[in-house]
Design a binder for this molecule. Structure first.
Ligand code: GDP
Length: 331
């Protein structure tokens, strides 16, 4: 049994009608690396693009164990109660190594995953961050066209993936633990500068007071940072996915953010910049991909790398030789 081949119109119509089966297939198409699928995926996206873009896109990051999935479960359910349709997507470049993504895993968002107003998709597989991020971004556009109006894009706060997610969302939320040790301080500043809000998780029981203290400390620390978004001052908050305390306030902050940045034009300008930047990132990725697959480059690169490592060939000369090979010139 083979499924009848969908045309680009079939995909687009199904997605726009909110047909979940078609939505799932359309996203599978976006995630495919097969050349024939890439072409079809672009045709589908072309049709859907005019219908996408209406959602608020929220990135959520934090170290493993901070409570991302618990937060998304609680926050997502709250959004559904408020009448929203929520899509949860993920960027996890390590999923291809570990053989499965722990992000966006439905078993960790039990209540949310059972609700038909919510769509959850684990991280696509991929060998490069650029590849994974591209797939998630395109899936996001498809979900928007399907009528989901809040996008929650989850990523682990341990590498470059938060920068990739930052560049595809409007609002970036950093989840933090109270009493985080010194080992975390190193990554904090760089990531904190990307955050439109910082949330101390697990503010319940014995930990509630500690979380409030941490909130004050972070609030002071953030005072010295560049704003993540022009015209917006990032603040620290606390919340509990257990009790739900703080959850409505965080949605309030996101709504206020949208209101302020839409009024100032920053919201729209960000999206425009993100779109253009996206094109350049994909060109970088694809050129590099072509470069390392190029037969002429392949035949000489190992030798050149060895000479550079041995210190007998300067890096600049090596680069020139490799690029000349790529250009099909004799070097
Ligand atoms: P993730 O790895 O960032 O997705 O973190 P999880 O959502 O899986 O949470 C890690 C652990 O912290 C789990 O054992 C959760 O039960 C616990 N946890 C998450 N949120 C809360 C919370 O608000 N309060 C308490 N007390 N525990 C929490």
């Amino acid at each position: 049994f083979t499924r009848p081949a969908y045309t680009a119109d079939d995909y687009a119509e199904g997605v726009l009608a909110g047909n979940r089966a078609v939505l799932g297939r359309a996203i599978t198409l976006m995630e495919s690396n097969a050349p024939k699928h890439i072409d079809m995926a672009q045709q589908v996206l072309q049709r859907l693009l005019p219908h996408s873009g209406k959602a608020i896109r929220v990135g959520i990051t934090g170290v493993p164990g901070v409570g991302k999935s618990s937060f998304i479960e609680k926050f997502g359910c709250y959004l559904l109660e408020q009448g929203h349709k929520v899509a949860v997507l993920a960027v996890d470049p390590s999923s291809s190594i570990s053989g499965g993504s722990i992000l966006g895993d439905k078993t960790r968002m039990e209540q949310l995953s059972r609700d038909s107003r919510c769509f959850i998709r684990p991280s696509p597989a991929g060998t490069t961050l650029g590849g994974v991020a591209r797939k998630t971004r395109e899936s996001m556009l498809v979900c928007e066209a399907a009528g989901f109006d809040v996008m929650l894009i989850e990523t682990v706060g341990v590498g470059q993936s938060e920068t990739a997610v930052r560049s595809m969302v409007d609002f970036f939320l950093l989840l933090m633990l109270s009493g985080a040790g010194d080992e975390l301080q190193g990554i904090k500043k760089g990531i904190m500068e990307l955050a439109d809000a910082l949330v101390i998780t697990k503010a319940d029981g014995d930990n509630r007071l500690r979380a409030k203290t941490a909130q004050g400390e972070y609030e002071r620390a953030m005072h010295y940072l560049q704003p993540a978004t022009e015209g917006w001052t990032s603040h620290a908050f606390t919340c509990s996915a257990l009790t739900g305390e703080g959850i409505p306030e965080i949605w309030g902050v996101i709504k206020k953010f949208r209101q302020i940045t839409q009024a100032s034009g920053v919201f729209e300008q960000h999206r425009r910049d993100q779109n253009v930047k996206w094109v350049h990132e994909m060109i970088n990725d694809q050129l590099h991909e072509r470069f390392i697959r190029h037969a002429g480059v392949k035949s000489i690169i190992a030798g050149i790398e060895r000479q550079v490592a041995d210190g007998v060939l300067p890096a600049v000369a090596a680069t020139q030789r490799l690029l000349a090979a790529f250009d099909g010139l004799e070097a």
